[in-house]
Design a protein around this ligand. Structure first.
Ligand code: GSH
Length: 121
């Protein structure tokens, strides 16, 4: 049984969903509404005392950090699909670089949207 606790399926939240779908692995995805402060509710703090999403729980094992979760999914579920992490001639760290750049660029664009909406300086 896999539980993917998440908020909106943005960069951090969504990439684990993509990874599991690529592997063909089923999961349930409890929604944690950050705007309603559900991340600090007693029910969610019992799952993750840090009050952060996303997390994945598999058979009692709590996994944090979206990139680490993707790497766990890739290693734990070989499955029929190709490996998600490049195992060819690309340099070590290439996959981490891709994740870091996508996260950074998403954050930049989200800030631009907040500015356009007058919600940030
Ligand atoms: N480095 C973490 C970042 C997780 C993160 O920033 N989560 C945010 C939502 S996207 C959060 O849970 N915030 C809760 C809060 O600010 O109270 C990851 O990649 O999983």
């Amino acid at each position: 049984m896999i539980d993917l606790y998440h908020w909106e399926p943005n960069a951090h939240q969504g990439k684990r969903i993509i990874a599991l779908n690529e592997k063909g692995i089923g999961f349930v995805s409890p929604y944690v509404d950050l705007l309603a402060f559900e991340q600090v509710s007693p029910a969610y703090l019992a799952v993750n005392p840090e009050g952060i999403v996303p997390v994945m729980v598999r058979d009692g094992l709590l996994l944090r950090e979206s990139t680490a979760i993707c790497e766990y999914i890739d290693a734990a579920f070989p499955g029929p699909a190709a490996a998600l992490v490049a195992r060819d001639s690309r340099p070590p760290g290439a996959i981490r670089q891709t994740f870091a750049l996508s996260r950074m660029r998403f954050a930049e664009r989200a800030q631009k949207v907040r500015q356009l909406l007058g919600l940030a300086d």
